[in-house]
Write a protein that binds this ligand. Structure first.
Ligand code: G6P
Ligand code: MG
Length: 217
């Protein structure tokens, strides 16, 4: 059975994927770029500068390095202002219950979010005590789908990657989990998260006994 769970935050625990989306959409509008739902979907789980490149698309060449950092900073300002309004009602259904069940089952729990706001959100939601480790996004050099962030989580927990179950809503995140040598539980649409070992629609369907038995050594 698994010894640890490694959770993504945005779109798994917190209903914040929509806020990242809205902040990018606002920025795109301000600089006269179109922003459709296909672009919105591609942003999921992608780090800040990677997301900016997706939003800019062909317009990327029009901006200098410094201008791009300023644009990413502007988007982050919108996002940070939006999450300042959040409370426990913005946790996704089943999230707190899944963490309670995992704790009761004696599992270690880590958070592997690429967001530099992840620690603040965990505090804001009153979830800090559930996590044995929260990976510092600023210490990660390579964005998902690189396995670095999941490997850092496993190392901090002192658990072999093969004994961890990673939980993700993004394609890049599922691929990062698999590249880390962990099993992946997808949260969302099974057709989109085709590389996951199992997919549930949301954490309300998280059955700790079932998923802990799923594998591990
Ligand atoms: C997570 C989210 C992405 C976001 C990234 C960086 O992976 O799913 O949408 O772009 O974190 O977040 P940040 O808050 O640091 O810009
Ligand atoms: Mg996510």
């Amino acid at each position: 059975p698994f010894k640890a769970l490694v959770f993504d935050l945005d779109g798994v625990i917190a209903d914040t994927a929509v806020l990242h989306h809205a902040a990018w959409k606002r920025l795109a509008g301000e600089i006269g770029l179109s922003f459709d739902e296909t672009i919105g979907e591609r942003l999921k789980g992608v780090d800040r500068m990677g997301s900016l490149e997706i939003v800019l698309g062909d317009a990327s060449a029009r901006y200098t390095h410094d201008e791009k950092h300023a644009l990413a900073e502007r988007k982050n300002g919108y996002y940070v202002a939006a999450i300042a309004q959040l409370g426990p009602e913005n946790l996704l259904p089943g999230a707190r219950e899944a963490l309670v069940a995992a704790r009761a089952a004696g599992l270690k729990i880590a958070l592997a979010s690429a967001s530099r706001s992840a620690g603040a959100l965990v505090e804001r939601f009153g979830l800090a005590d559930f996590f044995d480790h929260v990976v510092d996004a600023a210490s990660i050099a390579r964005p998902k789908p690189d396995p670095e962030i999941f490997l850092a989580a496993a190392r901090a927990l002192g658990v072999a990657p093969g004994d961890c179950l990673g939980i993700e809503d993004a394609v890049a995140g599922v691929d990062a989990i698999r590249a880390a040598g962990m099993r992946a539980l997808g949260v969302g649409d099974g057709a989109v998260l085709a590389h996951a070992d199992a997919v549930i629609g949301g954490l309300t369907e998280f059955d700790v006994a079932r998923f802990v038995a799923m594998s591990g050594s």
